[in-house]
Design a protein around this ligand. Sequence first.
Ligand code: SF4
Length: 416
Amino acid sequence: MIFKSPQYCIFVQNKSGMNTTEQVEKILADTSLSTELQNIAHKVLHKERITFDEGVYLYEHAELGYLGVLANFIREEKHGDKTYFNRNFHLEPTNLCVYDCKFCSYSRLIKQKEEGWALTMEQMLDIVKKYDDEPVTEVHIVGGVLPQYDVAFYSALFTAIKEHRPELHVKALTPVEYHYIFKKAKIDYATGMKLMKDAGLQSMPGGGAEIFHPEVREQIAKDKCTGEQWLAIHEEWHNLGMRSNATMLYGHIEKFWHRVDHMEKLRQLQDKTGGFQTFIPLKFRNQHNQMSNVPESSVIEDLRNYAIARIYMDNFDHIKAYWAMISRETAQLSLNYGVDDIDGTLDDTTKIYSMAGAEEQTPAMSTRELVNLIKQVGRKAIERDTLYNVVTDFENVVFEEEKKPAYYKLPVVNHD
Ligand code: SF4
């Protein structure tokens, strides 16, 4: 499909003088638009939900400029200019894995053990301790699946982290790991998630979702938990009053309707539980994996995908972009296409992005850099904790190293 140059371009923060409602009204007044696109714009303006077929229609027919106006309208209705980020670090127990997902650039099968790592409990706690003096609020734990990392191991790890640093939020593991360890322990999901909560788990990241539909999932992520199982584990977690995120791996062999099917299943579960916080579209990267022959999506397609996600996922509060995966510039652009959260301030504690061929091979961004990245495109930077409580509003914060002296003292010659 060829996209003409966007008619309602908001590549940069809109300076036209029109507010977001007037921009949508301008779309509604455009008689050259199809009836379907008019109807969808009307629904968005009146905060009505779009249907599955309309979601597919957007992917197949909507231009980037049109999508940007609608997504930005929703984003600003929900959050204004606020753009969230959090300070966390990653703990990756192992990159060895019993599974063999075709898109995975990260895992080394057990037979390629020499290229991998598998940390002991002590090594993991040493990593946690390295951050004792850092102002991080969260540890994000995710990695490969190995038999020795079982229910007892992870329970002990979560408890040890909480005992060492009680205020650090433990966000850990996905249904891929939980399904595996609960099955091995012969316990059901409800019992297992309660055990994890009691051990110190506080929220779940969104990984392992990929594409739920079996037509795609069986080709790219055979053997690991199914889409239904992924959703069932999140449901049990939400039933305990806890929060989680959801991802979608897009831009590979899936069709547009598979993406809408994926988002529809998440939207339905969210209607039921209200436990999801954030939807995170993840761009497929094609380096160092078994799908290197599959081309990657363009930046235009990435932005269209964020925007459609923002329009479709009306019951999700937040849409997040991983700057390390899509580049700093695309992350800035995404803030005008529905994204209100950028992950995050990182050092080089994660290898997940760089091993897949992401733009950033050593992803590291200081708080000052991330705040400036957000401010440069006219948005307000808000540091949040995992549950979106405000930690620091950076609107009026001037970083120490940016403070310029008001004047420079010149040497004074004493003539006396
Ligand atoms: S995506 Fe996860 S489950 Fe699949 S091979 Fe990689 S590490 Fe293992």
